[in-house]
Design a protein around this ligand. Sequence first.
Ligand code: NAD
Ligand code: IPM
Ligand code: MN
Length: 353
Amino acid sequence: MPKIAVLPGDGIGQEIIPEALKVLDAVLKNSGEQFQFQEYLIGGAAIDARGKALPEDTLAACKEADAVLLGAIGGPKWDTLPAQERPELGGLLALRKELELYANIRPIKMMPSLISSSALKEEIVRNVDMVVIRELTGGLYFGEKGRKEHPKAAYDVLVYTEEEIRRIVEFAFVLAGQRRKKLCSVDKANVLESSRFWREIVLDLAPQYPEVEVSQMYVDNAAMQLVRYPEQFDVIVTENMFGDILTDLASMLGGSIGMLASASMSGKKGLYEPAHGSAPDIAGQNKANPLATILSAAMMLKWTFGLNKEGQLIEDAVTKVLDQGYRTADLGGDPGRILGTRQMGDAVVDALR
Ligand code: NAD
Ligand code: IPM
Ligand code: MN
């Protein structure tokens, strides 16, 4: 039986994961598919209970599982711990590295009923449909870090091997070939050596994908273009931290960070998690939008298990609920139709029937 390791984590992670499980249960029951779901600790919850952000049994279970479904990690309670012990570095980044999840996929597609929730005008966002491929196990996050004395200084090294760049750029070319065949590689090649190396590899690979139109853009311009004319993008591929920043920005095109699903892949194996964090400001209040997590679960069914029909059923149910005017608070809209986290999960389950 396929195994899914479930890691709720911290803050709203504890609230949104049960909603995704509810939806998965409903869709899998209908289709007769059987999965084994098992919960494990990660992040601050794991530090509190077990003294470390990524306990051995969690890591072993994630290695053994076919897929991992994660809520969010982190929060003010653990912010003062030494960096390597924190939920971010010691938990999530360690897990991504251990599972070699180098390709992070973040799709941003305008849902027609959410146009008025977008931070931008309708004519700018109407046809937004892009995927950002963020390199996830290298770059600035994983290079050497340190401090120096005399004079006091701190550093984080941005380093990429040829192999690391090649595999993520290939991944993006293949995906672009399956979509509108436009790939934009985003970098800072006017300043950074690692970006100039990245550019060389993009140009080296391009002839193998003649059907894909390639462009290269500086990251500062890309941030501007994402709000000026976002419809120009089909697939974007970029360095780890550039992708982190650009995807939070791009999430607001679609209405809310609470809608942005993500998949972190290595072959068929994947870790599925919303792009947002543990939202300490609204945690425990039944306010969080569970849809990014529910849509991440749909990505899991499609990308790891090839259950395209079931994944699509979830996406269609989400669309239906939004078309009916139901919203969580982050999306704005008719105050009479604002639902809590649990009620939104229930509405998606109802829409599946
Ligand atoms: P955040 O994404 O948690 O929150 C940013 C803002 O967006 C907050 O106002 C929050 O209320 C809102 N928001 C986020 N998700 C929402 C949702 N589903 N529904 C409604 N509103 C939502 O980012 P932050 O505040 O910078 O970070 C908080 C903590 O989360 C930090 O410890 C950070 O390291 C961690 N974090 C974890 C992940 C992850 O687990 N993948 C991602 C980002 C941040
Ligand atoms: C994300 C998050 C993480 C990242 C943090 C929590 C380490 O912001 O998944 O986007 O920067 O990758
Ligand atoms: Mn982020």
